[in-house]
Design a protein around this ligand. Structure first.
Ligand code: MG
Length: 137
C-alpha cells in the first residue's frame, strides 16, 4: 500500500472514532433531556462508528501497515434540539462520504484494487448513513 493511502486510512480511523464520540455526546444529551428513543438511536450509531474504525484497523493490519492512534478532538456537549442533532448528523456524514470517496480515489490512482474493493463497502455504507439521517429529519 502507498504511504499516502496508509496515512489517509489512518486519519480515517481517527475520523470514525471522532464520529463515535460525537454520537455518544448526542446520545448523552438526548438522554439527559428525556428523549430516550433518540438517545438509543445515537448510542447505536456510537457503536457502529467504532465498528467502522475497527474494520479500517483490521484492514491496515492485514496489509502489514501500522495503525497509529491520534488524539480525538473535543465534541460539543449540548444541542438546541433533537432536530439540530439530526441535521448536524447529516452534515457530518456528508463530510465522511467525501473523505471515503477521497480514499477510494487514492486507491484507484494507486491501482490498489484490494483497497478499492475494501472501500466499496464503505461507499455503500455512506449512502445508508446519509439516508438514515435524512429519514430522521
Ligand atoms: Mg462511519
Amino acid at each position: 500500500m502507498s504511504n499516502e493511502l496508509h496515512h489517509a486510512i489512518n486519519a480515517q480511523i481517527n475520523a470514525e472514532l471522532w464520529s463515535a464520540y460525537l454520537y455518544l455526546a448526542m446520545s448523552l444529551d438526548a438522554e439527559a433531556k428525556g428523549h430516550k428513543g433518540v438517545a438509543n438511536w445515537f448510542f447505536i450509531q456510537f457503536k457502529e462508528e467504532q465498528d467502522h474504525a475497527r474494520i479500517f484497523m483490521n484492514y491496515l493490519n492485514s496489509r502489514d501497515c501500522k495503525v497509529v492512534l491520534e488524539p480525538i478532538a473535543p465534541v460539543p456537549s449540548e444541542w438546541g434540539s433533537v432536530l439540530e442533532m439530526f441535521q448536524q448528523t447529516l452534515q457530518h456524514e456528508k463530510k465522511v462520504t467525501a473523505m471515503i470517496n477521497n480514499l477510494a480515489a487514492i486507491a484507484k490512482a494507486d491501482n490498489d484494487f484490494a483497497s478499492v474493493n475494501r472501500l466499496a463497502w464503505f461507499i455503500d455504507e455512506q449512502v445508508e448513513e446519509e439516508e438514515s439521517a435524512r429519514d430522521m429529519i
